[in-house]
Ligand binder design. Sequence first.
Ligand SMILES: [Zn+2]
Ligand SMILES: [Zn+2]
Length: 273
Amino acid sequence: MKSKFFEKTKNFFKRMFKKVDGVLFPANIKCLGCGIDLPEKRDIEICDDCLKLLEPITENKCCTLCGTSLKMANLCPHCKENKREFNIARSAYRYNEFMAGLIKRYKYNNQPYMCATFAHMLSQKYKEIGFDVDCVIPVPISKQRKRQRGYNQSELIAKIFAEENHLPLILDVLLKDKETEHQADLNYEDRQKNIVGSFKVKNKQKIAGKNVLIIDDVFTTGATTSACAKVLKKAKVQSVSVLCVASTSILSQSQNSKVKSEKIKISAYVENQ
Ligand SMILES: [Zn+2]
Ligand SMILES: [Zn+2]
């Protein structure tokens, strides 16, 4: 009897300590950049040192239409030469070596949990620029690609972003029918024609007259988001804004030496994942 009571008491305290321990010392949250333990829970799960490697794009140094990083506020060559179907696009950060490392791990190393950090990055940018939108639509990927990857990276980001900003998330309107081949030799116009054909719109009544916000992870030439905007506008949406985590067009301009010196450390970490 005595030993049974003793065992029960011991187990009770063991459980209690486990609970208390879990509250006081939650499972360690690691920096998504370098992998060190973070001292506390934060929206953007990146340590102070790695945060310095992020290069935010500011309004006074970007294309006034597509948000690509520039030396001053102006129209970028892509926007000067091509018709953009979206009304405005912005990206939170430059797609530098550090950001490329993060996004590649998110997309290709099966680390969907990273979506929360990207969503918080977008929320910060969204509040900063003050877009006026009614609903959120992520750039879709084909069923085939979703099967391969297991998830649509933009959809996961958009889900958290929409919740955080109290906006409806619409997943059954803009769909990608087929995979577009990577045709690097095509010019912007031909590439866009090619991409437009791969998207389709269903349930048009859900978006007619709405101000739509398209969400994507990376903004490259803007051909994809512009193609999405084109099919949405055909379906009578009022306006299309675009918000992306990072914009690639300035990659060649990025000469941040600190970023380069961190590259080895980061790639070593990526390989160990
Ligand atoms: Zn770090
Ligand atoms: Zn532009």
